[in-house]
Design a protein around this ligand. Structure first.
Ligand code: ATR
Length: 264
């Protein structure tokens, strides 16, 4: 029986096991997908288990998407470009890291028929998922990306990879067509994102990478003002779909049953 894992810290919230086990069953595969909470010093052991064939693949989530790279033999060009790995597997006896967050984000925009080409996008957050979102936005042909992060240094580090980013002071706002919350603000349901806007923002797209809660404060306020809102659920499902394809060579169907499965 094939074994898969998602590693992270915290990991309790992860819906990856539910989704992957649903597809494993649906496609009559022999396998099991679990979650494991780790400290960084636990990564090496897991990678060795993949090398020995005791584990067939892992998903990597916060806060290990970058640090895991140092334990791998190879990474794909996409993982290299974003400096972020969310899936690991063995190929020709090498442990390979890849990134399906970029594709997941792109597919989620296609899913809602939102064409981001030539649009101005404001990205909040310079943490683990931000480089994947920035890379996807660039690949989709946006005209401008603004980036704001509480710790400015992290935004500046990202700008080294993507020089045409424009850094905005945390708390300030800009004129945008789409705004993405790629911070963890909203996960706890207490902290709020405060943007100082001169006039109310309306008719824009507000995207929150968080999917639990399904409507963060960021989305609730945006909706009240007449903006289109979308949470991170479809990005999550599509990144899992792409990972499933890598491991099982099957592109699982995303239908209403799949989407309902993750209703929280
Ligand atoms: P990591 O920082 O380890 O990559 P992450 O969950 O991928 O972890 O990223 C968390 C993001 O949410 C960061 O952009 C973080 O901002 P800092 O870089 O300043 O830490 C942001 N974040 C978390 N809590 C926040 C808060 N209370 N206010 C503003 N931003 C916050």
């Amino acid at each position: 029986m094939k074994k898969f894992l998602v590693i992270g810290n915290p990991i309790n919230h992860s819906l990856s096991p539910k989704l992957h086990n649903f597809w494993i069953k649906k496609y009559n595969l022999e396998g099991i997908y679990n979650k494991k909470k780790l400290q960084q010093n636990g990564i090496e052991k897991i990678i060795k288990e993949i090398k020995k064939g005791e584990i067939d693949g892992i998903n990597v989530t916060v806060p290990f998407k970058k640090i895991v790279i140092s334990y791998l033999d190879n990474i794909t060009p996409l993982a290299k470009e974003t400096n972020s790995v969310n899936i690991v597997y063995k190929k020709n006896n090498n442990i390979v890291g890849d990134n399906t967050d970029v594709g997941g984000f792109e597919c989620s925009l296609k899913h809602i028929h939102y064409n981001v080409k030539d649009k101005k996008v404001f990205v909040l957050g310079a943490g683990g998922v931000s480089p994947s979102i920035i890379f996807a936005l660039k690949r989709l042909g946006v005209s401008k990306i603004f980036l704001s992060n509480r710790t400015r240094k992290k935004a500046e580090d990202l700008k080294k990879n993507y020089p045409d980013l424009e850094i905005i002071e945390w708390g300030d706002s800009v004129d945008f067509d789409m705004i993405v919350n790629a911070t963890s603000l909203g996960l706890e349901g207490t902290d709020k994102i405060n943007l100082s806007n001169k006039k109310p923002i309306t008719n824009k797209l507000f995207y929150d990478v968080i999917y639990n809660p399904s409507k963060t404060d960021f989305l609730l306020n945006a909706e009240k003002l007449g903006n289109k809102i979308v949470n991170g659920k479809m990005m999550f499902i599509y990144q899992a779909q792409l990972a499933f394809k890598v491991w099982h060579n099957i592109l699982p169907k995303i239908d209403t049953e799949t989407i309902k499965l993750l209703n929280i």
